[in-house]
Ligand binder design. Structure first.
Ligand code: ADP
Length: 472
């Protein structure tokens, strides 16, 4: 079986969040399970492209509006990621440093999808399954069925995965002139509330759609940024499949980025040493429990609550706790955090920005990982944290609810709270400190969370089962 994944991100080439982790790992595990998996992403001017050998394997042309573009397909020569990686390059459009936020982002991803299908058709590559991730690739299933240019691929089973339903790739209708010619009477498949909605088109046109946890699927029927009724209407073809983690990359016993490698058997010692190294030179006392937040400073993540949570927790717990925050993306939250750091320099350290290495060091050093998310489709941070022996303190939503079991229920191992507000988060922190104070319990459950199985093997095989059904 041959599956082609199409996405905007792929770790380690280009990552903004969990989408990259999934697209960089799922195909590898599918490949291990015996199917031929390929990934197609835009070309980015990133270190990965310079450090590895790429070969140009195809060149073609496409018309987008009044622009005539030449596109190139580059393949990573040695499949070092464990699958075939293809990049689509269009000078001036798909050869950028950043992934998102260009003023012509729509043109960028329209050209990506057009070039991807043009290449498959021209090179006579017909995969058994086409798997599209998020709205950046949302038009592909529509094109396959309704754009005559891609008739070669007509009938190919398609899977659309929603990693984040908040972002939908909205485009005003005049932008349809940039798309390859399609059967115009099918316009309704592209439309949602009077504009083109690429995520909506993905849901309507994919043979099945999936979300990255079952809990998130249920929530999307209630709250999906305007797509609720569509998702509910199409629920007959919906599947919630939880993400896994790439245990080759997220392995505290082999991780070269952390100060001290450790496993479940020497967790206490290993984490103590990592924390000591991390906090060396800072004003934070490494004897106190360390709570970490890592993530985009977005409302979905509850990042706006973090300054308030820190202040309230320090007040309630009389300074018996420390915080480290890694993230960026909202100047107001950043300045609120700086203000708290000025007032409590002995209790808060932070790094504003994106830093993959530091993220690994934080998971290894943290006693607790805090996620006050309002929306969390799957959430990978809590899985990485547990793998690195840090207890998750998470709001009971989406994938967090599906992967964390509260310490107060039988066999529980994390701390859950219900509402996204500082009061409830701090109550959860208070509960977590009870666990911190009980050395025996902390050590027993700390070992257990490191041994929980959140590997991709299970979820990758669920996708494969789904593919098989579609092919049959
Ligand atoms: P989302 O994709 O919604 O941002 P996920 O939990 O699915 O959230 O994935 C987040 C991924 O991004 C994790 O691998 C996390 O470690 C990483 N990450 C988020 N922010 C940063 C940052 N500032 N620096 C380094 N890694 C980060």
């Amino acid at each position: 079986m041959q599956v082609f994944h199409f996405a905007a991100e792929c770790y380690p080439l280009a990552k903004v969040g969990g989408l990259a982790d999934v697209v960089g790992a799922l195909p590898k595990y599918q490949q291990k399970a015996g199917i031929a998996a390929s990934v197609v992403v835009p070309y980015y001017q990133r270190p990965f492209v310079r450090e590895y050998v790429f070969e140009r394997i195809y060149q073609g042309r496409l018309q987008q509006g009044s622009h005539d573009y030449t596109y190139e397909i580059w393949k990573e020569a040695n499949d070092i990621l464990g699958f075939a990686l293809f990049l689509i390059k269009i000078p001036g459009l798909l050869d950028r440093e950043e992934i998102y936020c260009y003023p012509d982002e729509d043109e960028q991803f329209l050209a990506f999808q057009h070039a991807a299908l043009d290449w498959l058709c021209s090179a006579h590559i017909r995969p058994d399954i086409i798997h599209c991730h998020d709205h950046h690739t949302g038009l592909i299933p529509f094109y396959i069925e309704h754009a005559p240019k891609f008739v070669f691929l007509k009938g190919t089973p398609t899977v659309g995965t929603i990693h984040n339903g908040q972002y939908q790739g909205w485009m005003p209708w005049p932008m349809a002139s940039l798309m390859p010619a399609f059967d115009e009477w099918k316009w309704g498949l592209l439309d949602w509330n009077g504009i083109i909605n690429r995520l909506g088109a993905l849901v309507k046109c994919s043979w099945v759609y999936t979300t990255v946890s079952a809990g998130y699927l249920d929530e999307l029927f209630q709250q999906a940024n305007g797509l609720e009724s569509l998702l509910a209407h199409e629920r007959g073809k919906a599947h919630g499949i939880i993400n896994g983690i790439d245990q080759d990359i997220w392995d505290s016993s082999l991780d070269e980025w952390i100060a001290e490698r450790f496993s479940a058997n020497n967790r206490t010692e290993g984490k103590r040493k990592n924390k000591k190294k991390l906090l060396k030179g800072s004003l934070l006392d490494d004897k106190l429990p360390l709570l970490v937040f890592i993530g985009r400073f977005a409302l979905e993540k509850g990042a706006d609550l973090i300054p308030e949570i820190i202040e309230l927790a320090l007040h309630r717990l009389e300074g018996q706790v420390n915080f480290f925050v890694l993230g960026s993306g909202n100047p107001k939250i950043e300045s609120n955090l700086y203000a708290i750091k000025d007032r409590f320099p002995q209790h808060l350290d932070m790094h504003i920005g994106y830093n993959e290495r530091l993220a690994h060091q934080l998971y290894a050093s943290a006693d607790f990982l805090l996620m006050p998310s309002r929306v969390e489709p799957c959430g990978l941070n809590q899985l990485y944290a547990m793998r690195y022996g840090a207890f998750p303190i998470v709001r009971a939503t989406g994938g967090l609810k599906d992967t964390v079991k509260d310490i107060d229920v039988e066999n529980g191992y994390g701390i859950l709270f219900q509402e996204a507000n500082a009061e409830e988060a701090v109550e959860a922190i208070e509960r977590s400190l009870m666990l911190w104070k009980s050395a025996a319990k902390k050590s027993r459950i700390g070992k257990k969370i490191m041994e929980l199985d959140f590997s991709w093997d299970k979820s990758a095989s669920q996708y494969i089962e789904l593919y098989k059904k579609l092919i049959d």
